[in-house]
Design a protein. Structure first.
Length: 499
């Protein structure tokens, strides 16, 4: 009925045009990512659609699905191939066109459609493609669903029954924007730098911010899929520094930056200093818990320790649950425990009612920042940041490590730190106070300094983050301690950025 996918094919050959290419490593923990051409071809994407449609039926879910695509030169072609596979399994596909990922999640509710398959490589560099999928709104796939999908696709276990259909939903972005902006305007006239890195959000984010009353300064909002200045990634210091420069040039109140598919937001304050998203999360948690005392939050293991130690959160009775990094894990945890919000250091924020519907949306995050400033008319973003207890935090740092071995390396690193703790040995000159191994290893020493090492869920990389409530020197001590363990593994390569 359809050929079994091959793990490798040579481009510009008959076989490449006649057989599906699907590299197994593209099936990641909670979504799918491949380098187009080298790891998957369009026929391979068609196989992915066949597999997803088959899985939807296997799970007993009504086979109706929302799809959209991000702004890359090839994303529309990838989506078309995906749709052809979905329709061959009998799915009715509702195509919303060029979209942000949270717009596709919103469409599940707005169109009353149970399933979603958003074609996006998120913040990955050009050349990458992928799909974010779900069948139980507002949740997306986790490891179990991804493992089953991988088995179906790689072994061609397709239920090709035909009978699918297709509808294009015209002008859908206006419905999404109306939903976000059907609210009172801000009382405070905020000057906001809106940075989009020439990615998908440039078509939508400035309109949303203007509609709620912001004076918008657009920065790289023109759509250009070559990403001529920098990759639209709100953890990338190049993007954050561009935001800083524009804030200082225009004397703006804040800069809000959006990643390639708009489900994350990055923040630079009015004095040009980037505020890592986990610290913004603490600021928002303070703001929310002052109105909803006793609120429960979720933070990912890459995030600051302030969620547990901040005196304002403690006084407000707030509780925080540290959980696995990854938008799918965090969404699921926020919904499972009924948290008001979830905060991830990467900039994925998840707001439950009344602020949101439980999924990650960079624009909902941005509006929450604007509302926080609106409720504090006498304070700047820098003032609110300076009110937090001081900690020294690193950006997210990513040394290269092949997909095939990164989890084994991390398992060895976890065992190393567990052995140190069991023997009572020190890390960075101090005894270990706590180990969190829910996602890699987060090692905290006596003075509260901590370091994290985990495997990236969507790229051939490890992830390293360090923080200290004591000093920058102690933060650097923790980095050297964690990096020294990683360097015992020859498979670990160079970092994308370091402190």
């Amino acid at each position: 009925m359809f050929p079994t996918p091959k793990p490798a094919l040579t481009p510009n050959t008959y076989a490449y045009e006649s057989e599906p290419l699907v590299k197994a490593t593209g099936f990641r923990e909670y979504d799918a990512r491949w380098f187009l051409g080298k790891e998957i071809n369009l026929m391979g994407v068609q196989a992915l659609g066949l597999g997803l449609g088959t899985l939807i039926r296997e799970l007993g879910v009504e086979p109706r699905l929302v799809t959209g695509h991000d702004f890359r030169a090839y994303s529309a072609s990838v989506k078309t191939a995906l749709i052809s596979g979905l329709m061959a399994t009998g799915c009715r596909v509702h195509d919303i066109g060029l979209a942000l990922t949270p717009m596709a999640y919103f469409a599940q509710f707005e169109l009353d459609v149970p399933c979603v398959a958003m074609v996006t490589a998120s913040h990955n560099e050009n050349g990458w493609t992928g799909v974010k999928m779900g069948v139980d709104r507002p949740l997306t796939f986790g490891p179990d669903e991804m493992a089953r999908l991988k088995d179906i696709v790689l072994n061609a276990r397709f239920d090709v029954r035909g009978g699918g259909s297709y509808v294009f939903v015209e002008h859908f972005p206006s419905r999404y924007i109306a939903d976000l902006t059907n609210r009172p305007k801000l009382n405070r006239r905020l000057k906001v730098v809106c940075a989009c890195g020439n990615g998908t959000a440039g078509a939508f984010a400035p309109r949303v911010l203007e509609a709620v009353g912001c004076d918008v300064v657009p920065l790289d909002c023109e759509l250009d899929h070559t990403f001529p200045k920098y990759n639209p990634n709100t953890e990338d210091l190049k993007m954050l520094h561009a935001m800083r420069d524009e804030v200082l040039r225009t004397q703006a109140d804040v800069a809000l930056g959006f990643d390639g598919d708009g489900d994350r937001c990055g923040v630079v304050d009015n004095v040009g200093e980037e505020i890592f998203a986990d610290k913004v999360g603490v600021m928002l948690a303070r703001d929310i818990s002052s109105q909803r005392r006793g609120a429960t939050f979720v933070a990912d293991v890459k995030s600051t320790g302030l969620f547990m130690t901040d005196p304002v959160l403690q006084a407000n009775g707030a509780k925080t649950d540290y959980w696995k990094t990854g938008h799918s894990y965090m969404k699921r945890r926020v919904n499972e425990i009924g948290a008001v919000a979830g905060f991830e250091k990467s900039g994925h924020f998840f707001f439950n009612k009344p602020l949101g519907r439980g999924y990650d949306d960079g624009l909902v995050f941005a509006l929450a920042v604007c509302d926080m400033l609106d409720r504090n008319p006498g304070k700047s973003m820098a003032d609110l940041k300076e009110a937090l207890p001081k900690t020294w935090s690193s950006p997210t740092m990513a040394p290269h490590c092949a997909d095939e071995i990164k989890y084994r390396v991390v398992d060895d690193v976890v065992k190393h730190f567990e052995a140190l703790k069991s023997k009572g040995e020190s890390v960075a000159g101090q005894p270990i106070r706590d180990l969190v191994t829910v996602n890699g290893v987060r090692v905290t020493v006596k003075d509260g300094s901590w370091g994290l090492a985990r495997a990236s869920s969507n790229k051939p990389e490890l992830v390293v983050v360090v923080e200290s409530p004591v000093s920058e020197a102690r933060m650097r001590d923790m980095f050297r301690a964690v990096d020294a363990v990683l360097r015992t593994h020859s498979e670990v390569g160079e970092y994308n950025q370091t402190i």
